[in-house]
Design a protein around this ligand. Structure first.
Ligand code: AQP
Length: 333
């Protein structure tokens, strides 16, 4: 049986990278996989400080963004992580399966903890075991993510294999990453060597899903570029990270390869190309952001979706967690 699991953190500023690298792919996969579980990973969010009021709002806003982008909550399961206790319960078991050496290799911890590592939360350090629990609590077989999550997914696979070996069982599948499309790593509009990210202090570094047409046009106009026209072939993008990023976004929006995009726009100046890119972005994102605004104004509906999703997720999770507890030797009186 095939099952998809994926999630995003309700940490505000959902951006074009999250959309092209993850959520838009989920919507496509929803057509091919009958069994999809999409989660608002609020427990991951608090590995870094979150203002409680903002977190509360962001959980609903992210759920609304999933639906606005095309996730159908009647077909797929959509819920927030903290509403299903099995995530934290399985994560504890995995904390005892994963090795400290494995965690020490995680580059996201090093990036997010920065220089002041001693002061980072323990939660940030064990983030990958919670992510493994998110996926394996549902015995998910396929996990669509952006490039940045590849290492965490490899760790999930290691945990599944080690658990099965340690206990001599075949309980967990070894999940496959699905890193799809051209935009697996969308970069900052201000610096083509840095990932587009929610936490970048500059709002001009990213296109937010909530941006209107004027904001999109202004951000693309101000996006950093170089003085040369666009190359005719992909090799010409080498050492031109900003040009590469804008062509990648253009190709992803059109659903074509970078080579095909350059066959179309190669030789153009950035002034012309940026106009074409803005039009594409606005036509793709305007309906999503209009629907998102409508849904955000209806918190009762969002809460009903999340409640229903949490119930359906719990029905899937409970027997799997029981199986894990029995395998480990816990008494379930
Ligand atoms: N720049 C990106 N390009 C492509 N995919 C991306 N993803 C994130 N950034 C990019 C993918 O989006 C999904 C959800 O990500 P997340 O919410 O779990 O958090 P993140 O990866 O930590 O996102 P940010 O924006 O980078 O947040 P901060 O600034 O807090 O670190 C994942 O599938 C991810 O791969």
């Amino acid at each position: 049986m095939k099952r998809i699991f994926s999630g995003a953190q309700p940490t505000g500023n959902l951006h074009l990278g999250n959309y092209l690298g993850a959520i838009r792919n989920w919507v496509t996969l929803q057509q091919d996989f009958s069994d999809c579980v999409f989660c608002v990973v609020d427990q991951h969010a608090i590995t870094l400080w979150q203002d409680p009021k903002e977190l509360h709002r962001s959980i609903r806003e992210l759920a609304a963004a999933y639906i606005a982008a095309g996730i159908d909550p009647r077909k797929s399961i959509l819920f927030n992580q903290s509403a299903v206790p099995g995530h934290a319960q399985l994560a504890w078991v995995f904390n005892c399966v994963a090795r400290i050496g494995w965690m020490n290799r995680m580059t996201q911890f090093k990036d997010k903890a920065g220089k002041n590592r001693e002061n980072a939360s323990v939660g940030l350090y064990v983030y990958p075991t919670l992510m493994a629990a998110d996926i394996l609590l549902y015995k998910a077989t396929h996990v669509p993510v952006g490039e940045d999550q590849k290492q965490h997914l490899e760790l999930t696979r290691d945990i599944a294999i080690k658990f099965n070996n340690d206990f001599g069982v075949d309980l967990f599948p070894v999940p496959e990453p699905l890193i799809l499309g051209e935009a697996t790593r969308v970069m900052s509009l201000r610096d083509g060597t840095k990932k587009m990210s929610k936490s970048d202090p500059s709002d001009y570094s990213r296109i937010n899903l909530a941006d209107d047409a004027d904001a999109i046009a202004q951000k693309i106009r101000k996006a950093r570029t170089d003085p040369d026209p666009l190359p005719e072939v992909v090799a010409g993008l080498a050492n031109r990270p900003e040009a590469d990023n804008l062509v990648t976004i253009f190709a992803a929006l059109k659903g074509i390869s970078k080579a095909a995009a350059l066959a179309d726009v190669g030789g153009q100046s950035f002034a012309v190309f940026k106009g074409m890119l803005t039009d594409l972005l606005v036509s793709e994102l305007a309906p999503v952001s209009a629907e998102w605004r409508r849904l955000v104004a209806d918190p009762a509906y969002i809460d009903s979706v999340l409640r229903d999703g949490a119930e359906r997720a719990s029905v899937l999770a409970r027997p799997i967690l029981d199986e894990v507890y029995d395998t480990v030797g816990f008494l379930r009186p």
